[in-house]
Design a protein around this ligand. Structure first.
Ligand SMILES: [Zn+2]
Length: 430
């Protein structure tokens, strides 16, 4: 069935497949089932008209387009808005050579790695991502190259370097003292004034959003625990300085002390949230904050507790944190916390982002709720809801298709058959 559909796609639209970088071409899409607004169920037998990279209309019935506009035949497929991952590290992938690469690779080498990962991510159906931790030059360069069409990849909002206290999760850890001195960046701050400085520096260098490491983390090579690292006055200063310059702040946080302190300081979102409790759930709702759960990262590091390449300090933390994350997400959902889909991909392998969906369903989400969190909710979290997140007139023509119903079998999204971003077809047709 899949082969037959792919063949028919190949015949109808081979002329507009993007072999490398291509510009958008006007087209009409005949879609058998469309989840135009995830959460509101399918429309059936629709025509999506695409012009200049955006959706012009979605109308019932199969209509022909303007003269010469190709018809993309997705009549036997399920069409969804392009997926959004709110937490990736697109310039790297954890593994045995990661620590060595920090010595051998230049920012340019890393950007080229990132370009390859960006292509894989887009072809997996993720048409927009938020990168929340990478070298400034590398990630801002890659983001801008994708935006101007020089590199194939998802739309991107990027934080650059995460801001950290000295010795914290986002600092350089576990090397000899001279090496750590050499690698320490402007992202490390101590005290409220210094942390305002670090925020302003990140904005100056090109950050779309400020990422901080509010607590310890699993993959930093230090046995500094998983609890609060920034003090309350530092957190308040960071949020004030970022908001004053029109930037949201998101906090990596595992321990509940750090989760709750960040929420009290007015943080916009929490990444991971492993030990969140009833007080955290109340704070999320009181402050209108969003949780980005990254349960795929938990599942991934759970499998690494005997890996010899992982430093011992990280192995110990992985064994503690990994198995707790699914239950964290269950508590958050039952408590009514706003959840935006995010995977921490780069811990797991690029292109496998959609494995998060099945884990969300294990934690109690319906398939449609999980898809809504990766479209409607994530688009609002990224402040891009006027352009992406649903299939509606005026938004970018970012759409994907699969051959079986993902509301019946969510793992169908792990092998997306068709990807269009901004009216350019990137997958499914050759
Ligand atoms: Zn991360």
């Amino acid at each position: 069935m899949k082969t037959a559909l792919l063949k028919s796609l190949a015949l109808s639209t081979a002329c507009i497949v993007a072999a490398g970088v291509a510009s958008a071409q006007d087209a009409v899409v005949h879609a058998g089932h469309v989840l135009a607004v995830p959460g509101e169920g399918y429309l059936t037998q629709q025509t999506i008209t695409v012009k200049d990279g955006r959706i012009v209309s979605i109308q019932p019935g199969y209509k022909s387009g303007a003269k010469g506009a190709p018809v993309i035949d997705l009549k036997s497929a399920y069409v969804l808005p392009g997926l959004i991952d709110s937490h990736v590290h697109i310039t790297g992938e954890n593994g045995p050579d990661e620590r060595l690469k920090s010595f051998t690779d230049s920012a340019v080498d890393t950007a080229f790695d990132g370009a390859a990962f960006a292509k894989v991510t887009l072809e997996a159906g993720f048409t927009t991502v938020q990168d929340v931790g990478a070298g400034n030059d590398t990630i801002f360069g890659l983001r801008d190259a994708i935006a101007r069409g020089a590199v194939v990849g998802p739309r991107m909002r990027a934080a650059g370097q995460a801001i950290s206290v000295t010795g914290g999760h986002g600092d350089v850890n576990g090397y000899s003292s001279p090496v750590m001195k050499l690698f320490t960046g402007t992202n490390v701050c101590n005290g409220a004034d210094d942390c305002r400085r670090a925020v302003r520096q990140q904005v100056k260098e090109g950050a779309d959003i400020i990422k901080i490491t509010a607590t310890g983390g699993v993959l930093s090579n230090t046995s500094a625990g998983l609890e609060q690292q920034f003090s309350q006055d530092e957190l308040v200063a960071i949020v004030e300085a970022a908001h004053a310059m029109g930037r949201q702040v998101t906090a990596h946080a595992h321990g509940k002390g750090g989760v709750n302190a960040a929420l009290r300081a007015g943080i916009d979102s929490i990444e991971h949230g492993t030990y969140l409790d009833d007080e955290s759930i109340a704070l999320f709702k009181e402050h209108g904050a969003t949780l980005v759960p990254t349960v795929l990262a938990g599942a991934t590091v759970t499998g690494w507790t005997n890996e010899p390449w992982l430093p011992e300090a990280s192995r110990k933390k992985a064994a503690i944190v990994g198995p707790l994350m699914l239950d964290m997400l269950r508590r958050a959902r039952e408590g009514g916390v706003n959840v935006a889909f995010g995977t921490d991909t780069g811990v797991s392998r690029h292109g496998e982002n959609a494995k998060e969906f099945a884990l969300m369903v294990q934690a109690g989400f319906t398939p449609e709720e999980a898809i809504r969190s990766a479209t409607v909710t994530a688009s609002r979290h990224l402040e891009m809801e006027t352009d992406i997140g649903t299939l509606e007139a005026g938004k970018y023509a970012d759409l994907i298709a699969v051959t079986a119903d993902p509301l019946k079998k969510i793992t169908e999204l792990e092998s997306v058959d068709f990807v269009m971003k901004g009216g350019v077809v990137h997958k499914g047709l050759n």
